[in-house]
Design a protein around this ligand. Structure first.
Ligand SMILES: [Zn+2]
Length: 431
């Protein structure tokens, strides 16, 4: 029997079986511990059913939504039909449904990064980035479990790709959506959000306000009854599942195993999803070992790098094992992760989150795989984007090519070997 359950990685709390919306640990915010609901899945789960083009059909058994459906008596065939039905509506809204995105070696990078570069191109995914994958995991859960009229509105805090993805999926599912955006959000994005029927709320930063004002207003909406439809695991643990389909796709296309994967980090959900997917794939015997997963932030905002340094210091000063140091960090959140003091700036504006919300999962994944964090300057971000456009022709944004910037910096620092096979994720189309 395949086991699938949600467990708080901070305190071990498990939502009751009849919980309607098991998105967040009930102890969250009550102490200094970091609480995130994680989907624990036993290794018997079939991560790849093969065949079908839709990743949410092909990799459905990795999703908590699929297990919730089965536990409620829904047949596997009915779940597949449900995925295909909502996918058709998504395609009607966005012009494309969920399909495997390209993953290929970029031969023409030549000697620039000095290693073999493989790119997973998410710019052609639903809504132009990987964000829709995270949200699809949540939406499928809602479609499987909810019944009746007058369903609660969905809510998200985002200034770009995640908001667009949420608006496309919510529109396809005929659900009202509240989007909390900063005042400087791009006009083109706001116009698309309005066209998709979202309620857009501008959230200026009050003088001296700590943390992201959009997140504060989002929390107020949740307290008023809205449901977290977002890409942060701490707000909705089900956001991580859907992102994992990226890695299963990379494994399914028959490419040789990567030595290193370099992931841009804002809130941390993408990196968390990649790490979790590799851990599941290794446990299921789909590959012998995970690549080293490294994370990239900008000089503008690098709260994860700060937390990583503090974790290393903790390990060194108390001579603890990596697991003990991580357990200490989880129980003492405020000593490792806090909002950036100054309003951050970078050309890669999509990864300027005030905090790395999924930081514990990401620190754990880097520790487990032997990865590290890297902080890149604006020049390297520009160089990476120039190389990306020149050598791949993919119209990726500076945020979207930030993983390549990290790869370039890691090569300069001697932390990725010459000739290594390294992967990056291009996500976020240039607007
Ligand atoms: Zn908890």
């Amino acid at each position: 029997m395949t086991e699938s359950r949600l467990v708080c990685s901070g305190c071990g709390w498990q939502p009751p079986a009849d919980a309607s919306y098991p998105f967040r640990c009930e102890q969250s915010g009550r102490d200094d511990r970091d609480h995130v609901l994680v989907h624990r899945l036993s290794s018997e789960a079939i991560l790849d059913h093969g065949g079908d083009e839709n990743p949410f059909v092909r990799h459905r058994e990795s999703l908590y939504a699929w297990h919730a459906a089965r536990a409620r008596g829904m047949s596997d065939a009915a779940f597949v039909e449900l995925v295909n039905r909502i996918d058709e509506r998504i395609a009607a809204v966005d012009g494309r449904g969920f399909r495997p995105t390209p993953f290929a070696r970029v031969a023409a990078f030549g000697e620039d990064p000095g290693c073999e570069v493989w790119v997973k191109d998410e710019t052609g995914n639903v809504a132009g980035s990987h964000k829709a994958r995270h949200l699809m995991g949540i939406l499928l859960y809602l479609l499987v479990t909810e019944r009746g009229e007058g369903l609660a509105p969905l809510a998200i805090a985002s200034c770009g790709n995640a908001a667009l993805a949420a608006a496309v999926l919510a529109h396809a599912a005929a659900r009202p959506l509240q989007v909390f955006v900063p005042p400087h959000a791009e006009r083109a994005v706001l116009a698309q959000l309005h066209a998709l029927g979202a309620t857009v709320v501008s959230c200026p930063r009050a003088a001296g306000e700590r943390g992201d004002p959009c997140v504060h207003r989002f929390h107020e909406a949740l307290r008023a009854g809205a449901l977290a439809f977002c890409c942060q695991g701490n707000e909705n643990g089900l956001a991580i599942d859907g992102g994992e389909t990226l890695v299963y796709e990379m494994l399914a296309c028959g490419s040789p195993p990567l030595d290193d994967l370099v992931v841009q980090v804002g809130g941390g959900a993408l990196a968390s999803a990649c790490m979790q997917a590799y851990a599941r794939a290794v446990a299921a015997g789909l590959l012998p070992r995970a690549p080293r997963v490294h994370t990239v932030q900008t000089r503008g905002a690098a709260p994860l790098s700060r937390a990583w340094s503090r974790l290393e210091r903790q390990r060194g000063s108390s001579e603890t094992t990596p697991d003990e140091a991580l357990a200490y960090a989880t129980a003492h959140r405020s000593g490792f992760m806090w909002p950036w003091e100054q309003t951050p700036h970078s050309i890669a504006e999509g990864i300027l989150d005030d905090e790395t919300y999924d930081w514990v999962a990401v620190l754990r994944g880097m520790t487990a795989t032997g990865g590290t964090t890297v902080v890149v300057d604006e020049e390297t971000l520009k160089e990476a984007n120039r190389l990306a456009l020149k050598n791949t022709g993919i119209a990726v944004s500076h945020t979207g090519s930030a993983g390549l910037a990290g790869l370039i910096q890691l090569r300069r620092d001697g932390l990725i070997a010459t000739g290594a096979r390294a992967g990056v994720l291009f996500s976020g189309v240039q607007r």
